[in-house]
Unconditional design. Structure first.
Length: 297
């Protein structure tokens, strides 16, 4: 396999040049802020849900300072139903930091990116690679599946591990631009061809080097991680109902009205509404004042 690594990267990059989906944050003419916004939104969220919201955000807030000038609650309101709304608050705080500390320009340095609110190692490397063309390994769920199959002959990846970055580093071309493209191309390959349930091996650009295919597609996936609790009836859903009632209101609403919105659609237990409400206050997504609740200001 080591002798074939450069061929794998070259083949995937060549495939990506004609097969990549036309996603706006991949446009070579967009700036680093647009890439950063996309990375925040794409965390645990499907591309088709992100596309319209990203476009709305970039039209309304084309620069970090434009978002920073708004109240945090406006970011939460505009986040809509993307889920995990704390990302909206973090993105707003990051925008303020970029505007005030970096002259309204997203920094290229990974350490500087990590110092911004809401940015972890994955997002920092992704922005450095995709916005600035720097050479960093970037590994998401789709990339990990490609690596598991092509390099290790496994049907699926195990739990995330530091070895994921080591494997990706071995595959990355030395030239920074080609390395940045390969990061995106490997993700795209996993998302559209080397999929979890129905891989399209007949059109895969690296099928001839795939260890899993060469071994006859063994059923050797690692033990599955515990299933996530169902969304329906969960605290996440109840939190969403409360936030929706606040997003739809032009003025603060009573706490009683927020709790009533939580119960709309049913609760698993009587305490769930208050628990969900309290968690939103704790997260800074709701501000309570004099018995009235509102989005943060």
């Amino acid at each position: 396999m080591p002798a074939e690594l450069s061929r794998v990267a070259s083949a995937v990059n060549d495939w990506y040049a004609t097969a990549a989906r036309d996603l706006p944050w991949r446009d070579p003419h967009i700036d680093a802020w647009a890439v950063l916004v996309s990375e925040f939104m794409l965390q645990q969220t499907q591309v088709d849900r992100v596309l319209p919201r990203w476009s709305e955000w970039m039209q309304r807030w084309p620069t970090p300072s434009a978002l920073a000038a708004e109240e945090p609650g406006e970011a939460v309101r505009a986040w809509g139903r993307l889920g995990y709304p704390r990302r909206a608050l973090w993105l707003h705080r990051a925008a303020v930091e970029i505007a005030e500390q970096h002259d309204d320009r997203v920094p290229a340095d990974v350490d500087a990116l990590l110092a911004l609110t809401g940015i972890g190692p994955y997002t920092a490397r992704a922005v450095a690679a995709f916005a600035f063309g720097d050479r960093h390994p970037v590994v998401d769920t789709n990339t990990r599946r490609v690596i598991a199959r092509v390099m290790h002959g496994r049907a699926a990846a195990g739990m995330p591990s530091p070895t994921d970055l080591t494997d990706m580093e071995r595959l990355l071309p030395e030239e920074p631009g080609a390395a940045a493209r390969f990061n995106a191309a490997a993700m795209e390959l996993g998302a559209t061809v080397c999929t979890a349930r129905a891989p399209k091996c007949g059109v895969c650009p690296v099928a001839e080097w795939c260890e899993w295919r060469g071994a006859g597609y063994p059923d050797n996936a690692p033990a599955k991680r515990p299933r996530q609790a169902a969304f329906s009836g969960s605290d996440r859903q109840v939190r969403g109902r409360i936030l929706e009632s606040l997003r739809d209101a032009s003025t603060p609403i009573t706490v009683a009205a927020a709790l009533a919105a939580a119960a709309d659609g049913g609760l698993r237990e009587p305490e769930q509404a208050q628990r969900a409400y309290d968690s939103l206050v704790s997260d800074g997504l709701i501000v309570e004042n004099g018995g009235l609740a509102s989005l943060p200001t």
